[in-house]
Every structure is written in structure tokens, then in C-alpha cells.
Design a protein around this ligand. Structure first.
Ligand SMILES: Nc1ncnc2c1ncn2[C@@H]1O[C@H](COP(=O)(O)OP(=O)(O)O)[C@@H](O)[C@H]1O
Ligand SMILES: [Mg+2]
Length: 224
């Protein structure tokens, strides 16, 4: 297999002295390019910490993370910014859309950042809104959309700059079961149609069934 992500012996501790929380205790795994992997574990098991380390939002105390051939753990702040702008994108439980922007403007924001010409940007935004089933909602603001619609916008935004890796941290955690299922199915579909690799933390058995592989984490360690 070709690994898009390689995590090797990663440790992350928070705090110091007797109050130290050892959130990741020697985590290692690979994610195959083009696959969708579900990261499953109880609350507090280390899922968010691990996703943040993989996506370059946080640094481990020990160990290495390689994404798309680059050692994330060796990048300086500029390198991390570029990684997050160009190759890794996030979807959060709480959507994280910009309230004053329309759906189309939210989706186009990463392309503005990348200085994509306006005509190309508009074309890409229209295509992505269609992909997530929101063509008719381009002008609406987040407050005018349901939770499921907002998460669809967030997924479209995460795909805008054609990342290699999409990280989603409990993307259906705020949604009812049925809406959650349709968001999961959408993630599965975009992995295929956009050729992206996805690492998704979840409690949802439906997500686990849709994933190519399930990685279980408990108490900061990946189960063998
Ligand atoms: N910034 C932080 N400071 C201190 N402890 C933290 C911090 N982030 C996470 N932790 C602790 O690390 C452990 C793993 O947390 P987290 O990665 O958020 O788990 P999950 O996402 O699986 O619920 C928990 O014990 C949590 O309290
Ligand atoms: Mg979490």
C-alpha cells in the first residue's frame, strides 16, 4: 500500500509533574492513500489530540508524523501553515463556518487565501456546492441553514483547495442520527469523487461500516 499518513511512536503529554496527562502513549499507524479511516474510541481516549498532531495543529512530544511525503513534525510554523493551506483540511463537530459569509463565500474562502482567480474560484465553488447537494443555498448564511446543511458547507469548504488529507473530528457529533448518516455518506462519496484521503473520528457505528478501516484507540494507545 501507499501510505499518505505515517504516524510513528507518537507521544503527547499535557501539564507537568504529578498532574501530567499522557494523552498519547506511543501511537503508530499508517493511512493508505485514497482510503477512509474511522478513528474510534471513548471520550478522553486521545482522538482529538491525535488528529491535531496529524494535521499539524499541535506538536507531539516524541515521535514522527509524515503526511504526503513531508515530515510534519519537522516543519517550522511557515511550513505548518502551508501544509494546512494546501494539503490538509479540517471538518469540526461545530462546523466552524464564518457567520457573516454566505455558503458560497465560506466554501470559496480557502481559494481566496490561495489567490485563485475569481472565475476559477466561482466555478469550483459552484461544483462543490452541487457535490454536497446545496446548489440552491449558495446565498444563505450559516444561521439560515440547518446543522446538516452547515456541515455540508464545511465539507465543501474543506475540499475547496483540493487537499490530500481531510481530517474530520466527530463531524456528526452535533447532528441527529439520520442527518449524521447522510453526512457520513457524503464523506464516503467525496473520498471517491475527489480522490481525497479521510481520517474521521466518530462514535457512530454507521461511519465505522462505511470506512475502509477502523482504528481503535483507548487511553492513548491504538489497539492491536
Ligand atoms: N490542552 C490540554 N490540556 C490538558 N489536557 C488535555 C488537553 N487536551 C487534551 N487533554 C487530555 O488528554 C486526554 C485526551 O483528550 P482528547 O484527545 O480530547 O480525547 P477525545 O478527543 O478522544 O475525547 C484527555 O484526558 C484530556 O483531558
Ligand atoms: Mg475529541
Amino acid at each position: 500500500m501507499t501510505a499518505l499518513v505515517s504516524v510513528r511512536d507518537v507521544h503527547r503529554r499535557f501539564g507537568s509533574g504529578p498532574a501530567t496527562v499522557h494523552a498519547l502513549r506511543g501511537v503508530s499507524f499508517d493511512v493508505e492513500a485514497g482510503s477512509m479511516v474511522a478513528l474510534v474510541g471513548r471520550s478522553g481516549s486521545g482522538k482529538t489530540t491525535l488528529l491535531n498532531v496529524v494535521g499539524g495543529l499541535d506538536r507531539p512530544d516524541e515521535g514522527t508524523v509524515v503526511v504526503d511525503g513531508d515530515e510534519v513534525t519537522g516543519l517550522d510554523e511557515d511550513g505548518l501553515s502551508r501544509l494546512r493551506r494546501e494539503r490538509v483540511s479540517y471538518v469540526f463537530q461545530t462546523f466552524g463556518l464564518i457567520p457573516v459569509l454566505s455558503a458560497a463565500e465560506n466554501v470559496g474562502a480557502p481559494l481566496r487565501l490561495a489567490r485563485t482567480p475569481a472565475a476559477d474560484r466561482e466555478q469550483r465553488v459552484a461544483l462543490l456546492l452541487e457535490l454536497v447537494g446545496l446548489s440552491g443555498h449558495a446565498a444563505q448564511r450559516p444561521s439560515e441553514m440547518s446543522g446538516g446543511q452547515q456541515q455540508r458547507v464545511a465539507i465543501a469548504r474543506a475540499l475547496a483547495a483540493s487537499p490530500r488529507l481531510l481530517i474530520a473530528d466527530e463531524p456528526t457529533g452535533q447532528l441527529d442520527a439520520e442527518t449524521g448518516r447522510s453526512v457520513m455518506a457524503l464523506l464516503r462519496a467525496v473520498v471517491e469523487s475527489e480522490g481525497v484521503t479521510a481520517l474521521v473520528s466518530t462514535h457512530d457505528p454507521v461511519m465505522m461500516a462505511l470506512a475502509d478501516r477502523v482504528i481503535r484507540i483507548s487511553d492513548g494507545q491504538v489497539d492491536a
